[in-house]
Design a protein around this ligand. Structure first.
Ligand code: VOV
Length: 250
């Protein structure tokens, strides 16, 4: 084994998952004019994000989040980190933000690991690869997000395995994933150097049961069973402007 078999990764858009909790007490105390103005401001921002969505400009999706961990998640994919910073600040400048708390967020960059490359070809010239590096978020009804690591234990250490060993395990992973074609869309963000875990996994589904099925089935693949370490899971439902207005109507 060579001393360092880091593989080449391909990077696409930078990603920012902005999870917000709503301060409902404060929201209920606000006047109806104030609430209306806050929602109007947020929805006009959402329209700007939708209109800007393109192959070169990035993509945005908004989800409501179940459970106590968050109420909303804004998912932003953009060409530069500067744009992500501007988006965060733009939200924070709205009246709506006065009713939110930002307990959690996640920064990564859309990543393809080159375990399955075609030697001699420029991967970024391949439209299929470009589609995965610069994906338009699918706006399917449900999403889940969780961060994960590959284990660096004394016995099981992903990073001290050879490239061939890792490639073989990733091929099995890819085969499991392919069974979910059309049911699950995954966006893998590499977050080494950016956030607390090594990857942020965002899954989209039409049927929330498929989120459970894929995560469960993958637990049996050696790469997850032996090397996967997982953070908190968050799950939610897609919200467009109408759904958002309904969510905040009192
Ligand atoms: C729709 C499902 C699906 C499919 C088709 C799929 C396929 C593939 C392929 C072909 C490849 C390798 C090349 C590349 O594209 O990077 C990957 C890579 C990766 N995956 Fe994946 N994955 C899926 C889905 C999928 C899920 C559900 C998870 C979470 C794992 C779990 O246990 O909860 C995951 C994780 C990852 C990660 C963290 C990486 C990077 C690993 C690294 O060490 O670099 N992934 N993945």
């Amino acid at each position: 084994m060579s001393a360092n078999e880091a593989l080449l990764t391909l990077e696409g858009w930078f990603t920012y998952h902005d999870f917000r909790k709503i301060n409902w007490e404060k929201w209920k105390q606000a006047s109806s004019e104030e609430r209306q103005a806050a929602i109007d401001e947020l929805t006009s921002l959402m329209r700007v994000w939708n209109d800007a969505e393109s192959e070169t400009g990035g993509s945005t999706a908004v989800y409501s989040v179940l459970g106590h961990k968050a109420d909303l998640c804004f998912i932003f994919l953009r060409p530069t980190m500067g744009e992500l910073d501007e988006l965060k600040t733009a939200i924070n400048k709205t009246r709506f933000a006065d009713y939110t708390e930002t307990d959690y967020s996640y920064i990564s960059v859309v990543e393809l690991s080159n375990y399955v490359n075609n030697p001699g070809q420029d991967p970024k010239a391949n439209p299929h690869v470009r589609e995965r590096l610069y994906p338009i978020l699918p706006k399917w009804d449900h999403f889940c997000f969780y961060p994960m690591n590959k284990k660096r234990g004394e016995k099981d250490n992903w990073y001290s395995m050879t490239m061939d060993e890792r490639r073989e395990l990733m091929q099995t992973h890819g085969l499991t994933g392919r069974k979910y074609a059309g049911k699950i869309k995954q966006i893998i963000g590499g977050s080494v150097g950016y956030d607390d875990w090594e990857w942020g996994v965002t899954l989209f589904a039409h049927d929330p049961i498929e989120l459970k099925h894929i995560v469960y089935e993958m637990r049996f693949d050696e790469v997850s069973a032996r090397y996967g370490e997982f953070g908190n899971f968050l799950v939610g439902n897609y919200v467009n402007e109408e759904a958002l207005r309904k969510m905040f109507a009192l």
